[in-house]
Design a binder for this molecule. Structure first.
Ligand code: AHM
Ligand code: MG
Length: 349
């Protein structure tokens, strides 16, 4: 790979081309998906930036000045992504956290050899209070015959991802992605409208600083989970406590922990034995980034990316971040009623 220093100006486009050159057999289709995601990210960033002005610029009712019904930002983000990808000829299907079923490529457009799964605007309940939100995405190669994308193409274990990443709409907009050659971060320079390489080859610090968990659920956690959290907080005398930081916006919590070192936890509890977060749209893509940065992701009993999905909107408990912290989870095994892993054996990659 071409070496870049922190001061060289490298656009995301140039970086993607350089990565593609390492694979002489590459057709450029995956690169095209990454460009399109960067474009969609810029368009969503633009909407998110003026989110607080919607009522002023629009109208007091649900209808805006153009007579269009005002849409929630997560629906707008969903449409931006679908429209950025449905005619490009690179995807054969998509699936979104916002839509119940597979999104097929419309008649008349060429279908490609990849599928895209995404959460268009994660943490969108935070928008009203100006907290960072994000887009998360995941790309797999089509495995079925025929031109249409099928459910089987969507329900692949995370270890088969060919690319994944997220865009965080924070104090600046950043895109972080991996194609399995490390995790790389780009910051949007709004004055020129380009994502520039700002965080090449991200490594999650070995020494964790942060614990991100919503402990309002403590009463519903099984005892081993409570004991695990006491460990992270240094309450059992085994280690120094981690600092607690919880935004409640997964991308923001993950991004901070990725750069600063830490663990994000959304454990199973008695009310939600499979946790809250979605395996395909949230857990797997961030797990891929974490592993590429030297971290790990577990569902409490094993590697997230080894779970064989059985449904599009499947949930999973999630422990994500610095390697040693995620490994600690194994020391606190859960009772059998919380262990519901389906690990596929076919076609292990
Ligand atoms: P969403 O996809 O409906 O936005 O929900 C996902 C969000 C994550 O961003 C965040 O980590 C989590 O929900 C917070 O949940 P809770 O409020 O239960 O702690
Ligand atoms: Mg979400």
């Amino acid at each position: 790979m071409v070496k870049h220093t922190a001061t060289s100006v490298v656009t995301i486009e140039r970086f993607i081309i350089e990565q593609e050159r390492m694979f002489p057999e590459a057709t450029g289709e995956l690169s095209g998906i990454l460009y399109d995601m960067a474009l969609a990210g810029k368009m969503i960033a633009n909407k998110v930036r003026s989110a607080g002005l919607a009522d002023i610029l629009g109208a007091t009712s649900a209808t805006n000045v153009q007579g269009e019904v005002q849409q929630k930002l997560d629906i707008i983000a969903n449409e931006i992504i679908v429209k950025a990808f449905d005619h490009g000829g690179r995807l054969c299907a998509m699936a979104s956290e916002e839509e119940p079923d597979i999104i097929h490529i419309p008649e008349g457009f060429r279908a490609g050899k990849y599928v895209l799964l995404f959460d268009p605007l994660d943490g969108s309940s935070n928008i009203d209070v100006n907290v960072p939100v994000g887009t998360i995405f995941s790309v797999y190669r089509k495995i079925t015959r025929g031109t249409r994308g099928e459910m089987e193409d969507m329900l692949q274990p995370g270890r088969r991802q060919v690319a994944a990443g997220y865009v965080i709409y924070g104090s600046s907009t950043m895109l972080v992605y991996t194609t399995g050659q490390g995790a790389h971060g780009f910051t949007l320079d709004p004055s020129i409208g380009e994502f520039l390489l700002s965080h090449p080859n991200i490594r999650i610090p070995d020494r964790a600083r942060y614990l991100s968990v919503n402990d309002a659920y403590e009463q519903d956690w099984p005892e081993p989970t409570r004991a695990l959290m006491r460990r992270y907080r240094g309450m059992d005398g085994v280690r120094a406590p981690l600092n607690v930081r919880y935004v409640g916006s997964l991308v923001a919590d993950f991004h901070r922990n990725l750069l600063g070192g830490g663990i994000f936890c959304y454990p199973a509890n008695t009310r939600s034995p499979r946790g809250k977060l979605r395996l395909l749209y949230e857990a797997n893509p961030l797990a891929f980034i974490a592993e590429q940065a030297g971290g790990l992701a577990s569902d409490g009993s094993g590697r997230v990316m080894d779970i064989q999905p059985t449904e599009l909107h499947q949930r999973t408990p999630l422990y994500l971040g610095s390697r040693a912290e995620v490994e600690t989870v194994q020391e606190f095994p859960l009772p059998p009623e919380f262990v519901e892993r389906r690990v596929g054996t076919a076609g292990a990659a």
